[in-house]
Design a protein around this ligand. Structure first.
Ligand code: TGC
Ligand code: FAD
Length: 384
C-alpha cells in the first residue's frame, strides 16, 4: 500500500531488504497454496526450509547460535509481511523464534544453546511452547502441571492446551511448578510419558497446527531444566517477545484486507458506478487506511524503543492490543466492502478475519492487555 507517511525513510536499508524479501516469499510461496491449506486445515510445513533459508527463525538472536542478529524493527517487518499472507505462518515463526529459541537462549546454558538453537534456526528442529492449560489461560500462575524433583531430574505431570506447532514439534518448552517456583523445561518428543494430539475442527487459524500436550510421569533429565528460568516472569518474558511480533503481524493482515477492499471497490460497479465512488464506501476505506497508518507508526516507534532496550511489557501490550483491535475492525470493514464475495475464501478477507479472532485471544486477550495498561496508568492491579 501507499507509503503515505514516508515511513520507508525511517527504516534502514537492511530492514527494507528484509521486508521486501519476505514480501516476495509470501507472494511466491505462501499465497499460491494458502486457500487450499486453509480449506483442508493444513499448515504449509513444506515452507519451513525456506523460512530458515531466509533467516526468519530466531532472526534477532546472535549468529553464534544460528540467528541473523537483525534489529527488532526488521523482525517486526518480517512478521508484518508473513501475516499479510496468513496469521498461521507468522504464528509458526513467532513460536519457533520468540517462544522457543528465545527462552533457550535467555534461560538456557551454553550446552543447551549449542544443542538446540542452530538446528532450530535451520528448521531441522521444530519447537512449541506450553504455558496454557485447560483450566489456566489468562491466569497462567494457576497452572497445575508439576515437576517433582527425583534423582538426576524431574517427573512431569499435567497437560497443556491450545499449543501452536504441538503436533509437528520435535521439542516443547514447557512451564511447570516445582516445589520452589515455576520453571521451564525442554521436553523432547521421544521422552517416555509425553504425548501430543492435534486439535481439529478449528474455524480460525486453520492453516496452523494446534494441539494438546500431556505428561504422565514424564522423566526430564536435569540437563533439560532451563537453569536461569525462575517464576512466572520467565514465561511472561517470552510472551513479551512474541506479542511484539504479533503487533506488527496483525497490521500485515490489515494491509492485505485494505488492499483487497480498495481494488475491489474500484472495480465493482453498482448503480452504474464503481462502489469506490460512494461516500459511505470511501469512509470505510479511509477508516481502514487511517488506522493502518497510525498503527504502522506506533509499531515502528515501539520497535525502535525495543532496539534501544527501552520498551517495557506495557509498551508491548499497547501495541498488541492496538494491532488486534484495529486489524479485526479493518478485516470486518473489508468483508463488508466485498459484499457476498467477502465470505468467499477466494477473496482472502474472511480468512484473515477468522484468523484474527484467535490472534485477538492468544498471547493475552484484549481484556488482559487492557488491564495491564490499566494497572500501569492507575497503579491499581486488577489481577490481585
Ligand atoms: P504478575 O504478578 O503481574 O507478574 C509476575 C511476574 O512477571 C513479571 N511480568 C512480566 N515479565 C515480563 N514480561 C511480561 N509481559 C510480564 N508481565 C509480568 C512481573 O513483573 C512479575 O515479576 P516479579 O519479578 O515481580 O515476580 O502476574 P499475574 O499472575 O498477576 O498475571 C498477570 C497477567 C494476567 C498480566 C499475566 O499472567 C498474563 O499476561 N496473562 C495472559 C496469559 C497469556 O498471554 N498467555 C499466552 C500463552 S502463549 C500463547 O498464547 C502463544 S500463541 C502463539 C502463536 O501462535 O503466535
Ligand atoms: P480465559 O482465560 O478463560 O478467558 C475467557 C474470557 O475471560 C476472555 O474474554 C478473557 O479476556 C476474560 N477474562 C479472563 N480473566 C479476566 C480478567 N481478570 N478480567 C477481565 N476479563 C478476563 N497457549 C500456549 O501456551 N501456547 C501456544 O502456543 C498457544 N497457541 C494458541 C493458539 C490458538 C489458535 C489459540 C486459540 C490459543 C493458543 N494459546 C496458546 C492459548 C491462549 O494463550 C489462551 O487461549 C489465552 O491466553 C486465553 O486463555 P483461555 O482461552 O483459557 O481464556
Amino acid at each position: 500500500m501507499q507509503d503515505f507517511l514516508f515511513l520507508d525513510e525511517q527504516y534502514t536499508t537492511e530492514e527494507k531488504m528484509v521486508r521486501d524479501t519476505v514480501r516476495r516469499f509470501v507472494d511466491n510461496a505462501v499465497m499460491p497454496g494458502i486457500e487450499s491449506a486453509y480449506e483442508k486445515g493444513y499448515f504449509q510445513q513444506e515452507l519451513i526450509p525456506q523460512l530458515a533459508e531466509l533467516g526468519l527463525l530466531g532472526m534477532t538472536l546472535p549468529e553464534s547460535v544460528g540467528g541473523a542478529n537483525t534489529s527488532y524493527v526488521a523482525y517486526g517487518l518480517a512478521c508484518q509481511e508473513l501475516e499479510r499472507g496468513d496469521s498461521g505462518i507468522r504464528s509458526f515463526a513467532s513460536v519457533q523464534s520468540s517462544l522457543c529459541m528465545y527462552p533457550i537462549y535467555t534461560y538456557g546454558n551454553e550446552a543447551q544453546q549449542q544443542k538446540y538453537l542452530p538446528k532450530m534456526a535451520r528448521g531441522e528442529l521444530i519447537g512449541c511452547f506450553g504455558l496454557t492449560e485447560p483450566d489456566a489461560g489468562s491466569d497462567p500462575g494457576s497452572m497445575r502441571t508439576v515437576a517433582k524433583k527425583v534423582n538426576d531430574g524431574y517427573l512431569l505431570n499435567g497437560s497443556k492446551m491450545w499449543i501452536t506447532n504441538a503436533p509437528i514439534a520435535d521439542l516443547a518448552v514447557v512451564w511447570a511448578k516445582t516445589e520452589d517456583d515455576i520453571r521451564g523445561f525442554i521436553v523432547e518428543k521421544e521422552f517416555d510419558g509425553f504425548e501430543r494430539s492435534e486439535i481439529k475442527n478449528k474455524l480460525s487459524l486453520r492453516a496452523s497446527s494446534t494441539g494438546e500436550l500431556v505428561f504422565k510421569d514424564c522423566f526430564i533429565p536435569e540437563e533439560n531444566l532451563l537453569p536461569k528460568s525462575k517464576g512466572l516472569a520467565s514465561p511472561l518474558g517470552c510472551l513479551t517477545q512474541a506479542r511484539y511480533g504479533i503487533a506488527w503481524g496483525t497490521i500485515g493482515s490489515a494491509m492485505a484486507c485494505y488492499e483487497i477492499a480498495l481494488n475491489y471497490a474500484k472495480e465493482r460497479k453498482q448503480f452504474e458506478k464503481p462502489i469506490a465512488s460512494f461516500q459511505l464506501v470511501q469512509k470505510d476505506l479511509v477508516d481502514m487506511f487511517a488506522e493502518i497508518c497510525k498503527s504502522q507508526t506506533l509499531n515502528l516507534q515501539i520497535g525502535r524503543l525495543k532496539d534501544q532496550g527501552k520498551a517495557t511489557f506495557n509498551h508491548i501490550s499497547l501495541a498488541k492490543r492496538n494491532g488486534c483491535q484495529q486489524a479485526l475492525k479493518i478485516a470486518r470493514k473489508a468483508r463488508n466492502v466485498l459484499g457476498g464475495n467477502g465470505i468467499s475464501l477466494e477473496y482472502h478477507v474472511i480468512r484473515h478475519m477468522t484468523n484474527l479472532e484467535s490472534v485477538f485471544t492468544y498471547e493475552g486477550t484484549d481484556n488482559i492487555h487492557t488491564l495491564i495498561l490499566g494497572r500501569f496508568i492507575t497503579g491499581e492491579n486488577a489481577f490481585a
